[in-house]
Design a protein around this ligand. Structure first.
Ligand code: SF4
Length: 345
């Protein structure tokens, strides 16, 4: 039975497959080139003979990655792509235009089990974890649709990457492959809600990718209200794992902090955050939280966000205010779900 999506194949898999099928080895590189450029059907593989394309289709899943919706933000040109997978699961991918180039935010799961109370992804049924190839396809196919090279990727869409650890790691290796997409490790950012044992495991991988952690609160009491994961891992445990990571890798961690009006945007919270992060190799990204239907959270005012940032910077903490993109097409942080049709139910 076919159970491998075509973009899960790396060059070694294809070379072995060619050997088994009695196909000359150079065909493996040709096929890999097509897959890396976002070909999810064999029709596009024009330099591969029809009989070899038929054999590929016999052995692997092709065509299981279909564009269902494409929305473009009137505010900033951000584009959202809703893709249907071969088994009917739906995921979302967002492409944002920055000065240095296009950045894509990819999903790692169809749905999310983490249950953050402010997040639209937590409100849909959990489908399944994505394979490495399905995460990769979001870059390769989106790049082909946009017609421009994607410069960087953030694994910050639907799903918790560390809840799909092995596939996400395989994805990073595939994306990084110079003979494939060739995306530099430092152009890849993984964002986690803070699964401490996985942060520890990730530290041991010693990869050059960027690590970002959704913090959203400076203490356990408040964090538990926003993120159920905080009930499993206290801030003390999380900060210990972060410190070990920065010491072992010498790489900075970015903390994401969404500001919700009247919840975590007070000067007291900012001062507590200064104490928590002081002296670490850390950076804080402040985001005025986006409105998510079905939640009672309101965005913090621009004045509050600025005041919060000023307290952090005057306390010696590196902090920036992140410009949110694509909020009019539900493409901003915390807003991803399963397309506008299903999401509006
Ligand atoms: S914020 Fe991230 S980890 Fe939390 S529910 Fe949403 S997708 Fe999952």
């Amino acid at each position: 039975m076919k159970d491998k999506f075509c973009l899960d194949l790396d060059i070694n898999d294809l070379t072995n497959w060619c050997n088994e099928r009695g196909i000359p080895k150079y065909r493996a590189s040709q096929i890999y080139g097509w897959l890396s450029s976002g070909a999810v059907t064999t029709d596009e593989m024009t330099n591969v003979p029809k009989n070899i394309r038929a054999m590929l289709e016999e052995d692997f899943i092709f065509g299981g990655f279909e564009l269902r919706e494409h929305l473009v933000s009137k505010l900033d040109g951000t584009e959202k792509f809703v893709y249907a997978l071969y088994d009917g699961n739906i995921i979302e991918t967002v492409a944002m235009r920055y000065k240095p180039g296009i950045s894509v935010c990819v999903s790692s799961q169809a749905g999310c089990r983490m249950g953050c109370t402010f997040c639209a992804s937590a409100k849909i049924d959990f489908g399944r974890s994505l394979t490495a190839g399905e995460i990769l396809a979001q870059i390769a196919v989106t790049q082909k649709l946009i017609g421009e090279r994607i410069r960087s990727v953030v694994i910050m869409g639907i799903g918790e990457p560390f809840d799909n650890y092995d596939n996400v790691l395989k994805f990073i290796k595939l994306a990084n492959d110079p003979d494939g997409l060739g995306l530099g490790a430092r152009h890849i950012t993984l964002s986690t809600c803070g699964l401490v044992p996985k942060i520890e495991e990730f530290t041991r991988e010693a990869l050059q990718v960027n690590l970002s952690i959704s913090l959203h609160a400076p203490n356990d009491e408040l964090r538990k209200q926003l993120m159920p994961i905080a009930k499993a891992y206290s801030i003390d445990k999380l900060m210990k794992a972060c410190k070990d990571y920065t010491e072992a890798t010498k790489r900075r961690i970015t903390f994401e902090y969404s500001l919700f009006a009247g919840v975590n945007d007070t000067p007291e919270c900012a001062r507590e955050l200064v104490k928590l992060l002081k002296g670490g190799l850390y950076h804080v990204n402040l985001i005025s939280a986006n409105k998510v239907p079905g939640t009672f959270y309101q965005s913090a005012s621009p004045e509050k966000v600025k005041q919060f940032r000023d307290i952090l910077t005057s306390g010696g903490i590196n902090a920036t205010i992140r410009r949110e993109m694509g909020s009019d097409i539900m493409a901003a942080c915390g807003q991803l779900r399963r397309g506008t049709i299903e999401g509006s139910k």
